[in-house]
Design a protein around this ligand. Structure first.
Ligand SMILES: Cc1cc2nc3c(=O)[nH]c(=O)nc-3n(C[C@H](O)[C@H](O)[C@H](O)COP(=O)(O)OP(=O)(O)OC[C@H]3O[C@@H](n4cnc5c(N)ncnc54)[C@H](O)[C@@H]3O)c2cc1C
Length: 448
């Protein structure tokens, strides 16, 4: 197979990248290991969509996100854009997202290759000639003029030999994995303030004793579901390297077991859950952080908290440094910062406290955003490779901010636009005229 632009990975970033490239007239192929798109939004049933919210009048992300929300709204899968973007999180139905996204991409002219796992790249002096995927046909060779790595884990960049980092510099630990699950059949009328408070007290005891390995006492919400009587829950953690197949397998088994324990607690203890049932386990453990490519620029904590802007900005991010404990701890531990109250030994608190962000300095300035420069999407030495989504060039702390789905879609739009610019200008990614890519992003309704 052959295509001018080849996008690997059909998550928030990959969908946006493929849409942006095809909408701008380029022949585009999207390769995805599962039989549908959405990435963590569907395989991880993660929601709501975060990172677009600037204030009630103005979004920080539009482009593919806006089109997707409009399409889902038309299909009854979320609120209309005019309503949705004014909220901090956009809740949606993850089943509708699968269909809506696919239709949008088909309409834009994207060609698909599902059930295909990227495994190898043939590289010549920084230029990828072709990649190999493994699927039911055996192996297939795919040639492209430009490639976009939207695998979340930077699989393509890593196996093509480009440099990357993984986790924090001191011990290489990444944010913990997690597992979102949905419970349906809930009688939400019974969830009064009193019921909720009582449930929280019980959950808090079980959390403190370690009987339930949960990092909050929430009763779920409308994240990746908008259905009456159904809620999605984000409560579990697992420490491990999700690019290690054995650790990822262990995560799946551990997290499913914990999920079932939590569900049993709700069913047996919380009024309203008597007739409830697990309506969805995730298909893939929730992976927050793995590899970051080493790009021409690496986003830092300072970029986030100072709301820094750059001339080569290709996306806006309003999100904050949200680092889930890399040790997977849940007792007296909320997020990873200097003020963590864990009573267990933590090498970071003991030896590297200065490195950790402070609880009071996690956010961009009020009502403000920071730039994601085009340089964060361009791997050092690469000639025809771009990266989009959570694996762009960012340090461990800035990564905790840019990993949310709206921001990943915005970097997807940008990667698609940069690839098309390179194709049109017959240049390599190192010398892309960013102003021209920005023009394309603008034409696609993107913000930067
Ligand atoms: C527990 C948890 C809770 C979260 N909560 C929120 C939240 O509430 N709101 C929010 O906005 N974000 C949240 N996030 C973050 C967000 O979901 C992810 O960071 C985001 O989805 C990353 O998008 P992506 O496109 O970069 O990668 P992914 O969503 O991981 O998509 C990557 C895609 O590439 C495919 N792929 C990977 N490797 C290969 C390969 N080798 N060959 C072929 N295909 C491949 C995958 O199947 C997938 O479709 C959460 C994350 C976790 C883990």
């Amino acid at each position: 197979m052959k295509s001018d632009i080849v996008v690997v990975g059909g998550g928030p970033a990959g969908m946006a990248a493929a849409w942006a490239a095809a909408r701008s007239g380029a022949e585009t192929l999207l390769i995805e290991r599962y039989g549908f798109c959405g990435g963590m939004a569907t395989t991880g049933i993660i929601g709501s969509i975060l990172g677009h919210y600037l204030n009630e009048k103005e979004p920080a992300v539009a482009g593919f996100l806006k089109v997707l929300v409009e399409k889902m709204a038309e299909l009854g899968g979320c609120e209309r854009w005019e309503v949705a973007f004014r909220k901090y999180g956009i809740s949606f139905d993850s089943e509708i997202l699968k269909y809506a996204a696919e239709q949008l991409l088909c309409d834009a002219g994207v060609k698909f290759l599902y059930h295909s796992y990227f495994s190898k790249a043939k590289v010549n002096s920084g230029s990828i000639d072709s990649i190999e995927v493994v699927n039911k046909s055996g192996t297939m060779n795919i040639e492209g003029k430009f490639f976009i790595d939207a695998t979340g884990d930077a699989d393509l960049s890593c196996f093509a030999g480009f440099e990357y980092t993984k986790g924090r510099p001191q011990d290489g630990k990444t944010e913990s994995m997690g597992c979102i699950f949905k419970i349906a059949g809930i009688d939400e009328e019974k969830l009064t303030e009193q019921t909720v408070n009582e449930a929280r007290v019980k959950l808090s005891k079980l959390r403190s004793s370690g009987e339930l390995k949960i990092f909050n006492e929430g009763l779920g919400g409308k994240g990746s579901t908008i259905r009456k009587g159904e809620r999605s829950f984000n409560m579990t953690r697992y420490a491990g390297d999700a690019t290690n197949a054995i650790e990822l397998t262990n995560a799946e088994i551990f997290l499913r077991k914990e999920t079932f324990k939590i569900y049993k607690f709700f069913k047996e203890n919380v009024p309203g859950f008597e007739n409830s049932y697990i309506s969805a386990f995730n298909i893939n453990a929730g992976v927050r952080e793995t590899r970051q490519i080493k790009g021409l620029y690496t986003l830092t904590e300072q970029d986030v908290i100072e709301g820094r802007k750059t001339d080569d900005s290709v996306a806006k991010c309003t999100y904050w440094i949200d680092i889930h404990c890399p040790f997977g701890r849940t007792i007296n531990t909320h997020l990873c910062y200097k003020e963590c109250q864990t009573s267990e030994y933590c090498v970071m608190l003991d030896k590297y406290r200065d490195y950790l962000p402070s609880k009071d300095k996690l956010y961009p300035p009020d009502n403000d955003w920071f730039s994601i420069p085009a340089r964060c999407l361009i791997p050092e030495r690469a000639k025809n490779l771009l990266v989009a989504g959570r694996c762009i060039s960012a340090d461990h702390k800035a990564m905790g901010a840019i990993r949310v789905m709206a921001t990943c879609m915005a970097t997807g739009d940008a990667a698609g636009a940069i690839a098309v610019t390179c194709l049109n200008e017959k240049c390599n990614v190192q010398s892309v005229p960013v102003k021209k890519a920005q023009k394309i992003i603008e034409q696609l309704g993107g913000l930067f």
